[in-house]
Write a protein that binds this ligand. Structure first.
Ligand code: KE4
Length: 419
């Protein structure tokens, strides 16, 4: 880490990798296979980061490796359309009912940035509503901290973001439909879009309360605003049609990433044809990218979607998430530690506090010191959890009964240690 800090800020290429909230020694990963990663010192771990979501069929899956290898042999990038991009766009439009057209980009951030620009261009409005604790990558407009009031205009959440960049971002508590209604009553025709993680997974896992997503859909219909589901994490991880398929709610636009690149750089945004046709070169709203639709990433994405389409895949993936979440809950209860776990599709989450956990304030009130101790007690037993209490556990189809049993055995000891 000392060497990498000399040439890379914080020694990492994305802040959460630096173990900032848990401390300790960052592991440099040498290789991975299935549900396991191996660090440069030869230590092996059962992996629940899974590259923060892209790895859903396990690391180095032979079908994915072969797809990327053969694509590479035909050239790595052309800057011209390829059949693979059409195939991937067709697959996504088949799998996700609300998506009639799709544009591929290179990251979730780019997908969100582009979707916001499209919503603003299509409506001629500037304001955007987001939810405290939801993360949508680092477009300036999304780096708004919640202001003082409940439905306040955003204030810069980081240095380098001008106040003007977040002046049109309204930040409200997750699951607080009344707060969103108040914003629309006050600002009626000003709201271009609501952007929401349909299941929040960047403040740990927080489910939408019954009626919350439906309420957002109704408000956007009433006021002519664009409903954007940020499915960069939930897309193709909660099921082949993502969160929108599970909840039966159709957003106007969706953003994707992670899984559809199979671990290679991909993002995507898509939705109603009438909206997407406004994107250049078909329409007047500009968006571009040198490596968008990259042949290697599209090959990996297509291979992963084919593997995920196999019968029973999501049922068994969710069964493993369930075993893990419920097993952790049982072990925490046995030693009377305040603990809440949850799961959905290929995601599991937990907090060191009792329910209810409805929003960012509830998550902040969890015992993050105890999380830190638990994280290390698991890491030293070969279980690699996400190094932050504001993240989730990402499972893969390579996490079998053995991996879950080993994880729960380690957790039994770790809970005793932090009790
Ligand atoms: P990227 O730009 O990192 O590809 O995607 C941004 C993004 C957008 N929307 C949602 C819902 C996301 O979760 C993300 C990125 N997720 C984080 C994990 N919590 C990426 C990890 C990291 O920043 O290194």
């Amino acid at each position: 880490m000392k060497r990498s800090r000399v040439v890379i800020p914080g020694g990492v290429n994305s802040p959460v990798r630096a173990f900032g909230s848990v401390g300790g020694t960052v592991r440099f990963i040498k290789q991975a296979k299935g549900a396991r990663i191996e660090d440069e010192d030869g230590n092996r771990y059962i992996d629940y980061v899974a590259s923060w979501g892209p790895i859903i069929v396990g690391h180095a899956h032979p079908v994915v490796v072969e797809a990327v290898r053969s694509a590479t042999a035909r050239g790595t990038s052309f800057g011209a359309p390829t059949e693979a991009e059409v195939l991937l766009a067709e697959r996504v439009t088949e799998l996700v009912p609300s998506v009639e057209m799709l544009r591929l980009v290179n990251s979730g951030t780019e997908a969100v940035m582009s979707a916001l620009r499209l919503a603003r261009g299509a409506t001629g409005r500037d304001k955007v509503v987001k939810f405290e604790g939801c993360y949508h990558g680092h477009p300036d407009a999304m780096l708004a901290a919640a202001g003082s009031g409940v439905a306040s205009l955003g204030i810069p959440g980081t240095d380098g973001v001008p106040a003007a960049a977040v002046a049109d971002t309204l930040v409200v508590p997750y699951n607080d439909l009344d707060a969103v209604k108040a914003v629309f009553v006050e600002r009626t025709e000003e709201i271009a879009a609501i952007i929401v993680e349909p299941v929040a997974a960047n403040m740990g896992m927080v489910r939408p309360q019954p009626g919350f997503l439906t309420g957002l859909r109704e408000l956007c219909d009433t006021y002519g605003s664009v409903l954007i589901f940020d499915e960069v994490i939930t897309g193709f991880r909660l099921g082949l049609s993502g969160a929108q398929g599970r909840f039966g709610i159709l957003p106007d636009l969706s953003t994707f990433g992670k899984v559809i690149g199979g671990g290679l750089p991909v993002g995507a945004y898509g939705g109603k044809r009438a909206l997407m046709q406004k994107i250049a070169p078909e329409g007047p709203i500009f968006q571009a990218g040198t490596l968008s639709g990259n042949p290697l990433a599209t090959a990996a994405g297509l291979a992963v979607l084919d593997l995920l389409s196999r019968k029973g895949t999501f049922e068994s993936l969710e069964a493993r998430s369930q075993s893990l979440a419920q097993g952790l809950q049982k072990l925490a209860d046995e030693v009377e530690i305040p603990f809440t776990s949850d799961f959905m599709g290929g995601i599991a989450g937990f907090f060191f506090r009792r329910p209810p956990i409805r929003n960012y304030a509830d998550v902040c009130a969890a015992d993050h010191e105890r999380f830190k101790a638990f994280f290390h007690a698991m890491l030293e037993q070969g279980i690699y959890l996400a190094p932050s209490g504001f993240e989730v556990l990402f499972l893969t189809t390579a996490h079998g009964d053995e991996e879950i049993e080993l994880t729960l055995e380690a957790a039994r000891k770790a809970f005793k240690k932090v009790a």
